[in-house]
Design a protein around this ligand. Structure first.
Ligand SMILES: C[S@@+](CC[C@H](N)C(=O)[O-])C[C@H]1O[C@@H](n2cnc3c(N)ncnc32)[C@H](O)[C@@H]1O
Length: 262
């Protein structure tokens, strides 16, 4: 699997190709807590940025929302998402960038995005948050789950080292932020943060893989990894970086609300 220029695939698509369905740093447990706080309901028009292979789409659709729109410019996960939303007239997947979805302003009640802001630079992070704000009706919620750095005063040198190591191994320009930084970006976009949570970053730890994928899914994943020595070497390199920076890496989740005017 490559990007057409012999460049290794981004880490999340490598994981997905090996059968991993949960591609966010805080695992399914943090997603479940985040969704409890965001409380998707039958009244909601939901937009999800970067649905990947549709794991959270399934959870959101279980709430039988008024509508579900997945927004993803990359085709790798689209067959899996299309399969999940097949036969649902109120659900669709749009090939677009979350910075510029083309959807109508005020047309959503809940916007969800996991592990998709981290891979953007500061300008794109702000543009995506601004788009979530534009899409939401007043009172609407924006729920995010992203890679974090801790503590808030993490030494600048460690931050830079982590960014470089992550970008090198995951092959995505990963830029995790401290809780204070994530929160300030949300507030700068006009949101009021109403919920904040955290979980360890344990994406590639065996215990987390079993918890996220279930026994059958985890065994299928480990079997696929064992059969593919190149993929195995990459995953081990990724896990080595995660472990080396364990002290400073974590996952954060936030729910932020678009205030009613006045
Ligand atoms: C690490 S995966 C996470 C997938 C899924 N949200 C999960 O947590 O399991 C990142 C996802 O974000 C998507 N993505 C990346 N940049 C994006 C953008 N600018 N707009 C929308 N989606 C984007 C990718 O295609 C991919 O589906």
């Amino acid at each position: 699997m490559n990007n057409g220029e012999n460049k290794p695939a981004p880490g999340h698509w490598l994981l997905a190709k090996l059968g991993k369905k949960v591609l966010r740093p805080g695992g399914l447990a943090l997603t479940q807590r985040l969704l409890r706080a965001a409380s998707p309901s039958t009244n909601d028009r939901i937009v999800e940025f970067g649905p990947g292979v549709g794991t959270t789409a399934k959870l959101l659709l279980a709430a039988q929302p008024r509508s579900y729109t997945g927004i993803d410019p990359h085709p790798e996960g689209s067959a899996a998402v299309q399969q999940i939303i097949a036969n649902l007239d109120s659900a669709r997947l749009v090939a677009a960038d979350a910075q510029d979805t083309g959807l109508e302003a005020g047309s959503a009640d809940l916007v969800v995005g996991e592990a998709m802001l981290t891979m953007q630079g500061e300008k794109a992070k702000r543009a995506i948050m601004a788009e979530a704000f534009r899409l939401l009706a007043p009172g609407g919620r924006y729920a995010i789950h992203e890679l974090g750095l801790r503590p808030d005063d993490v030494p600048a040198q460690a931050e830079e080292e982590i960014r470089r190591a992550l970008s090198r191994t995951i092959n995505v320009n990963a830029r995790p932020l401290t809780a204070a930084h994530w929160k300030s970006l949300l507030e700068d976009a006009g949101f009021t943060v109403t919920y904040q949570d955290t979980n360890p970053m344990a994406l590639l730890e065996p215990g987390r893989i079993f918890a996220d994928e279930g026994v059958v899914g985890a065994l299928r994943f480990f079997t696929n990894v064992a059969r593919n020595p190149r993929a195995r070497a990459r995953l081990l390199a990724m896990r080595k970086v995660f472990r080396a920076h364990q002290e400073h890496l974590c996952a954060f989740a936030f729910v932020a609300v678009k205030p009613h005017e006045g």
